[in-house]
Design a protein around this ligand. Structure first.
Ligand code: PGA
Length: 251
């Protein structure tokens, strides 16, 4: 059975001290109850080693927001998958639309990153999604299908460590959420592509998260769809109460 997951993506927000405070606060809020979904927080690299020992690993998983497409060596400024793993982190977000757009990450680069992340024992939250012009031209399905090439050459065994996140770019940080119908339609399509590539059983076991202006007020309606298995949360993950409000959508 696939898991329901609420994952936070802090992006380039919070100093180390602020990040520690946020992680502590979330840990405190969740200490008295068992969430009805897996909870993950993905933080900037420098927060990872401080945040992982602060949270109850049984309730909160920790992840990075990126990792290098090279194993190690002379790549000034890069952070490898092995380094991420050595902090105690278990997850890494790859393929976020901001990385694709601003740092020119390609389908091929991302395939390398995914391979290294998995080889180092990380689970990958792999993001896909179309931009507004592609949606307006009704090209969202072909765009998403092409982006999935970065993970569809994995073995089924490796693919079991992939969590997908459908994030329509026009909904990220814009306050404009996909309707529950738009989300369900795309998630069902993505699941059909997984089934075609890996078979029904793998498709049924893969968690597909929705991302893009997800908040406490719309999370329940989005997550109620049969193919929406949770959310990847940006802005609303920066306040413990808001993030908890989204986790509670599974109660
Ligand atoms: P948002 O970001 O929730 O702020 O729209 C989501 C994401 O980019 O992962």
């Amino acid at each position: 059975m696939r898991k329901n997951i609420v994952a936070g993506n802090w992006k380039m927000n919070k100093t180390l001290q602020e990040g520690i405070e946020l992680a502590k606060e979330l840990n405190q809020i969740l200490s008295t109850e068992t969430p009805h979904c897996d909870v993950i927080i993905c933080t900037p690299f420098i927060h990872l080693a401080s945040v992982t020992p602060l949270v109850d690993a049984a309730k909160i998983g920790v992840g990075a927001e990126n990792c290098a497409d090279k194993e190690s060596g002379a790549y000034t400024g890069e952070v490898s998958a092995a380094m991420v793993k050595s902090t105690g982190a278990q997850y890494v977000i790859l393929g976020h639309s901001e990385r694709r757009a601003y740092y020119h990450e390609t389908i091929e680069t991302l395939a390398e990153k995914v391979k290294l992340a998995l080889a180092n024992g990380l689970k990958v939250i792999f993001c896909i999604g179309e931009v507004l012009e592609e949606r307006e031209a009704n090209r969202q399905n072909e765009v998403v299908a092409a982006q999935l090439a970065s993970v569809f050459s994995l073995t089924a065994q490796d693919f079991a460590n992939i969590i997908l996140a459908y994030e329509p770019v026009w909904a990220i940080g814009t306050g404009k959420t996909a309707t529950p119908e738009q989300a369900q339609e795309m998630h069902a399509y993505i699941r059909s592509l997984i089934a075609k590539n890996y078979g029904n059983e793998v498709a049924e076991d893969t968690s597909i998260l929705y991302g893009g202006s997800c908040k406490p007020s719309n999370a329940k309606e989005l997550f109620a769809n049969p193919d929406v298995d949770g959310g990847l949360i940006g802005g609303a993950a920066l306040k413990a109460a808001d993030f908890k409000g989204i986790i509670d959508a599974f109660n």
